[in-house]
Design a protein around this ligand. Structure first.
Ligand code: CA
Length: 221
C-alpha cells in the first residue's frame, strides 16, 4: 500500500515515516499543501494521511481540491486541531477519519486498515479471503488452506494490492507504485519476478496475466 504523508513538523513526520514504513506502507512524505496537491494529481496512492496546519495551503484546501476532482482516495486527517467543529468540518469536508495529536501509532495504523477495508467494497472482515487463501493485513500473515505461507514483504504487498482489487486488472506500473516509494529504484522486471514467486508459493492459477495490460486475481464464481 502506497501512502502519502503530508506533515510539516519534521519530528512528527520523521517518526511517522519510520513507523508507517515498519507497518508495511510505502511512504512518500511531503511537507506543504502545494507539493501534496502535485503528488496527488501525478502519482497513484492508496491512502492519504493529512495534517491540517501546513505552510501555504491548508490541509482542508488540499482535501477540498482532491474531492472536487472526484478522487475517492481514503483520507485520514491527523491534526492538533481538536475542537468538535474542527472534526465535523474535516469529516464533512470529505475525510474518512480524523485523529487528534498526540496520537498512538498502533491506533493510527488500525484506523488506516479500517478505512481501507471500508473502501474495499465495504469489507467488514479484517482478513482478506479468497478461496482457501487468507491474508491478514494487520499481522502481515498469509495462510493457504490453514497452513502459513512464507512471503517476503514485497510479495505480500503485491498480493495485497491484487486481492483488495479483486477482479480488476492492475497494470505493472500500478503494482510498482504499491511497492516502491519515490526514493527507491525499480528494476524493470521486478514485478514479473515477484508474481513468479507468488505463483510458486500459492498456485500457478491464482494470478492471471493479461499480456500487455497487467495482472489480476479473478473473482470466484
Ligand atoms: Ca502542522
Amino acid at each position: 500500500m502506497r501512502l502519502l504523508l503530508v506533515e510539516d513538523d519534521e519530528l512528527i513526520g520523521d517518526g511517522l515515516q519510520v513507523g508507517l514504513t515498519q507497518a508495511g506502507y510505502r511512504v512518500d512524505w511531503v511537507t506543504d499543501g502545494s507539493h501534496a496537491d502535485q503528488a496527488l494529481q501525478n502519482e497513484g496512492f492508496d491512502l492519504l494521511v493529512l495534517d491540517l496546519g501546513l505552510p501555504g495551503e491548508d490541509g482542508m484546501a488540499v482535501l477540498a481540491k482532491l474531492r472536487r476532482r472526484g478522487d475517492a482516495l481514503p483520507v485520514l486527517i491527523l491534526t492538533a486541531r481538536d475542537t468538535v467543529s474542527d472534526r465535523v468540518q474535516g469529516l464533512d469536508g470529505g475525510a474518512d477519519d480524523y485523529l487528534v495529536k498526540p496520537f498512538n501509532l498502533d491506533e493510527l495504523t488500525a484506523r488506516l486498515r479500517a478505512i481501507q477495508r471500508r473502501r474495499d467494497g465495504g469489507r467488514a472482515d479484517p482478513l482478506i479471503r479468497h478461496g482457501d487463501l487468507e491474508l491478514d493485513p494487520a499481522a502481515k500473515r498469509v495462510t493457504l488452506a490453514g497452513a502459513p505461507v512464507e512471503l517476503t514483504a514485497r510479495e505480500l504487498a503485491i498480493l495485497e494490492a491484487l486481492l483488495v482489487r479483486i477482479g480488476k486488472v492492475q497494470s505493472r506500473e500500478r503494482l510498482e507504485e504499491a511497492l516502491y516509494g519515490w526514493d527507491e529504484g525499480v528494476e524493470s522486471n521486478a514485478i514479473e519476478v515477484y508474481i513468479h514467486h507468488l505463483r510458486k508459493k500459492l498456485g500457478k492459477d491464482l494470478i492471471r496475466t493479461l499480456r500487455g495490460v497487467g495482472y489480476m486475481i479473478p473473482q470466484e464464481d
